[in-house]
Design a protein around this ligand. Sequence first.
Ligand code: GLC
Length: 713
Amino acid sequence: MDLQKLLREMTVDEKLAQMTQLVPQIITDKGEGAVTGPMRNFGITKKVTSRIGSVLGISGAKKLKDLQDFHLAEDPHKIPLLFMADVIHGYRTIYPVPLGIGASFDEELAEKCSAMAAKEASVGGIHVTFAPMTDLVRDARWGRCMETTGEDPYLNSKMAQAMVRGFQGDLGKDNIAACVKHFAAYGACDGGRDYDAVEMGDHTLREYYLPAYKAAVDAGVELLMTSFNTLNGIPSSANKYLVNDILRKEWGFDGIVISDFNAFYEMISHGICENEKECAEKALNATSDIEMMSTCFVKFGKALLEEGKISEEQIDNAVMRILKLKEKLGLFDNAYRAASEEDEQKIHLCPEYRELARIAAEKSAVLLENNGVLPFRKDVKKIAIIGPVADHGMTGGWYCCGKSSEAISVIQGIKNAIPNAEIAFARGCSAEPNEKAEDVIEQIFEAKRIAQDSDIVILCLGEEIDMSGEAHSRARISVSDSQTRLIKEVCEVNKNTAVVFYCGRPLALEKIKDVAPATIIFWHPGTEGGNALANLLFGNVNFQAKLPMSFPYEGQSPYCYNHLRTGRPSTNGGYCLGYRDNPYEPVYPFGFGLSYTTFDISSPTLSSEELTEEGEIVVSVTVKNTGKCEGIETVQLYIQDVTASIARPVKELKGYQKVTLAPGEEKVVTFKITVEKLKFHTFEGKFEAEKGKFKVFVGNRSDIESFEVFRLI
Ligand code: GLC
């Protein structure tokens, strides 16, 4: 296709329409689709809607073929529509929410799951996913923790690259284009309140919040979505510093920049635009290419052009990026691309994909406590399954085309694994966070009776899938009064109890930490959750995941393990960092997770105590399985820059490796430290390493204290 010729043949109005993305309801009177933001009457004509460039929120081979036919019949240039959707953690076969995938510390798993999602979405007619979402987050109150891979820039970067590889592959028919989001620093919203303002210095932005977006760009992501929030007073939709200077010029990103839902129009609410015309001007001058679910471009772009406030070149550049992606995806050759009802039937929820979803759920589950009660014996006769989230499938938010009815509940999973056991179920309470125990005390005591009368108890609590996600921030993250009481009553009468928390964010677990014999973080596990949990509880598989976010006390957010040092560390006593009424450290630290076996990790040995600019230091530890069953340990490398031109974190994750060991087996695990791992944004604003002393920590959690020292000379 001669794209330059096509561009020349398009009128300005047609170009501006090509830069517009709407839900199908606005294009066809019988349109249907997921609406993920405020709907408005845009007052645009069919002449515009028949020429738009892309559609979001609808999926399904038949529907999208029909919509493509409907569009092509109307579009004078026969430019195929791009179909985009939120394929965040699966399309029809749903795997754990990304926070759970982050907990796996397994990039290969992240890539495989993304590739599976891409294949299912592609045959479902989708061309682009609005993923990976790689906003770094330190505040457990934010509803969208579930969509991220956590609080660490290194882990988030590795995961973002794996997901881009998985979704995009070679952009063949099994793949879809990926869109990294939300640029930038959306996870740092004040108070963890979704959409609230973000204020931070350039050093913090570049050192912690930008790396994972950059990693996605370096991995070749095709699109990037700007975020709703203001950064230091400027909405990302119009933030020339973020988009023009950093993204386009510094990073060389020439892919498509798309707004978030209605975000251009919302600059009026932000108070930086008086009207939609100004929104269009500011967004265009911040090199945005596609306007999602608002119509500032098509309404005012031409006038801005005639007034010389924007140039035709800016519009042409935007349209050319869109046309190039359509060409890359082969849409000009085949507007249906891989959409196929037959393949949908064959591929969606196929056994291979269900197995991968189950493995992902098994690898994402974090074991926080276990006094030996787990794994349960398989010859158990009477099982009590209690809790409000045990009797239905728990896909998690952003479940795309996934269905709870197609997801395995805990009850079903346990029945599948232990078919001869007698299972008794009781809800015990709800997932409502403000529910009082006295209001459901009969339910609690009914559950207690069942627990007393059973050999083992599986207590499934935490959050329903709609309690986290967009626009679902919570001021309090504690386990509710009713759930806390239920745990205490059940554990009082049956010591063979495992408490399983479903959640899309860290929860404040201090009230139950010393009550439950075993505690598991299962996130929202997806289609195969029940089967995965059964395998974990009965020891068919072992736990291996680690926390990708610190689990704080109530009131401690925001918190992160890689916090800066201060002049008065929390260990000073008296005049020191922290609270008078609360420990400074979290309830459970980043990087923490137990196994059914135990591991010993030796102190690190360094191949040298000095590192040169061109050299490397090899750090070695011996990891031994000191327990009675095979296990996988995630060995983590942290580094502290002891003295620098700007305050540096107490430690930073700089590497991790998973090692599988049989009982008694030991292996040497090595990490290579080069100057690359020591670079940071210095006081002078350069990205480089500074000579001096560094501490090296190696272990299986972030709060390890022993270290070795080397110097960069
Ligand atoms: C939503 C979300 C964004 C999503 C988009 C399209 O508001 O912020 O993550 O991709 O709209 O659904």
